[in-house]
Design a protein around this ligand. Structure first.
Ligand SMILES: Cc1cc2nc3c(=O)[nH]c(=O)nc-3n(C[C@H](O)[C@H](O)[C@H](O)COP(=O)(O)OP(=O)(O)OC[C@H]3O[C@@H](n4cnc5c(N)ncnc54)[C@H](O)[C@@H]3O)c2cc1C
Length: 461
């Protein structure tokens, strides 16, 4: 190890890594910061559906790191990390370059997990990155074009059937998006939109089982049914093989084959291979092989190394692997790095889960706000979009330290004691006003003033 090195290296520039770097720059961290990512662009994953279906553009959803970090002092290196030597304090890159560090931040996220299902890795489409969204869009448009041209009804049916494997939040958001957009695209080409079929295969008896979004289950089921083409949910369906032209699944001991040219895989995540390769014992990992970290976000055996987001699990806690957690952990890691640089003690990270937001098709969503109440339909869509608009990372010169997942002020100070209908109206008013400005707020209040729509707002059971 080079003992003279005083630099902090961050590997992975997703929610944890990028926000650590942005906070360090904002706080005038006294050491040099090197941020490494294999991609040229940050990917705001919760909005990847909007990027895929064309509702939002590249600059918003996948901005360039060079733009975000201009003037920040953070050194961005676009390269793939090949290996991490915790003992030598060295990170090696695909280009052959290597960086020593005094502090390291592990922020590599997670990867798609295929659970060794035959043909899944080779034949199913993942939906994880900008490249995945582009590849899927290209493939689907090709399928629709070919379906228009073929005279073979069986082939047309196969081309117009899309199967989404996995009834978690990602699968539901994807199926709902397709249930609105595929018919729209096919119709625009002159096809018969009623021929489109979107099928969601769910392993268990319930969608969103064990997911942070599970309070939104019944809303999600209703809304999936209301898409332009309603999404068919097949429950207790375990995918057993994925072929180029079909997916096989086992349902109550029967093996079924569903012909399709498009299988989309949202059925699982796995720990990043570089994280698996680290010399960290089983006891210092959780059961999914993620790295256990102290409440201050440091590795148990290597306190100079911080880890956050999808690749880490905080000891004695059960935070979900989500962007809202990763982003807040990034801010906390930055605070602790600065404390260490100034000879102070790092402090435990405080993470607030303020609610969950689920996209359920065009102009439709569901929001579970602070586990207190739920909102569905267009108001939820506006809350979701507004929330994410405040979170989109902006170039460092516009960086707002006050940016929060959903402003705590709204939930703690304004929702404390009132009855729920007032709470909903006020939350929506405040979220709208605070986030997307008076235009959206007016629209929300107008909608909420409409008696007919009040049934869209329901209290948590
Ligand atoms: C489609 C989709 C929708 C989602 N929607 C939501 C949502 O609505 N709400 C929510 O809270 N969460 C959502 N999530 C989950 C959320 O995006 C993740 O929990 C979050 O991104 C985790 O942050 P992270 O920093 O740990 O990892 P990431 O944000 O995934 O960042 C990891 C970074 O590491 C980089 N990297 C990986 N390997 C290497 C390597 N070898 N070398 C260099 N760089 C590397 C990657 O390029 C990436 O930039 C969604 C995820 C997906 C895929």
């Amino acid at each position: 190890m080079n003992s003279k090195v005083y630099q902090t290296v961050i590997v992975g520039a997703g929610f944890t890594g990028l926000f650590t770097a942005l906070h360090l720059a904002h706080e005038h961290y006294p050491r040099s910061v090197i941020l490494i990512d294999k991609n040229e662009r940050f990917c705001f994953k919760p909005l990847l559906y909007e990027y895929f279906d064309g509702e939002m553009d590249t600059v918003q959803v996948v901005p360039r790191f060079s733009e975000l970090l201009r003037g920040s002092g953070v050194i961005f290196v676009q390269d793939s990390v090949q290996s991490i030597d915790l003992h030598q304090r060295e990170v090696k890159l695909a280009s052959g370059d290597a960086y020593n560090y005094s502090n390291l931040v592990l922020a590599l996220g997670s990867v798609t997990g295929y659970h060794h299902i035959e043909g899944a890795r080779e034949n199913a489409f993942p939906f994880w990155t900008q490249a995945d969204a582009i590849a899927l869009d290209k493939h689907l448009r090709h399928c629709l074009q070919t379906a228009l041209q073929t005279t073979n009804p069986q082939q047309r049916r196969q081309l117009l059937t899309v199967v989404v494997v996995g009834g978690g939040a990602s699968g539901i958001e994807m199926a709902a998006t397709l249930g609105d957009f595929l018919p729209h695209w096919y119709d625009a080409l002159g096809g018969d939109k009623s021929e489109i079929r979107v099928v969601l295969l769910n392993h268990g008896t319930e969608i969103l089982d064990g997911d942070i979004n599970d309070p939104l289950r019944s809303i999600a089921e209703q809304e999936l049914n209301k898409r332009i083409v309603s999404v068919e949910i097949i429950k207790e369906a375990e995918a057993t093989a994925v072929h180029q032209n079909a997916v096989e699944y086992k349902c109550r001991d029967r093996v079924e084959t569903l012909p399709t040219s498009t299988t989309i895989w949202t059925a699982g995540t796995a720990t990043h291979p570089l994280i698996q390769d680290l010399p960290i014992s089983r006891e210092h990992r959780d059961k999914r092989d993620r790295l256990l970290v102290t409440p201050t976000m440091q590795l148990l055996d290597f306190p100079e190394v911080f880890a956050g987001g999808d690749c880490a699990a905080v000891q004695d806690s059960s935070l979900p692997p989500t962007a809202q957690v990763a982003y807040q952990q990034g801010a906390n890691i930055a605070r602790n790095l600065k404390a260490i640089a100034f000879g102070e003690d790092p402090e435990p990270a405080k993470i607030n889960i303020r609610g969950t937001l689920l996209k359920l098709g065009l102009n439709d969503a569901a929001a579970n706000l602070f586990n207190a109440f739920e909102v569905a339909g267009e108001p939820a869509h506006l809350i979701r979009q507004g929330t994410y608009l405040t979170l989109l990372p902006t170039p460092i010169h516009d960086f707002k330290a006050t940016t929060e997942w959903v402003n705590e002020e709204i939930f703690h100070h304004h929702l404390g004691t009132q009855d729920v209908s007032k709470k909903v109206v006020q939350a929506v008013e405040l979220v709208g006003a605070g986030i997307v400005g008076t235009l959206v707020a007016r629209k929300l209040l107008k909608m909420l003033g409409d008696e007919d729509k009040t049934d869209k707002v329901s209290r948590d059971k």
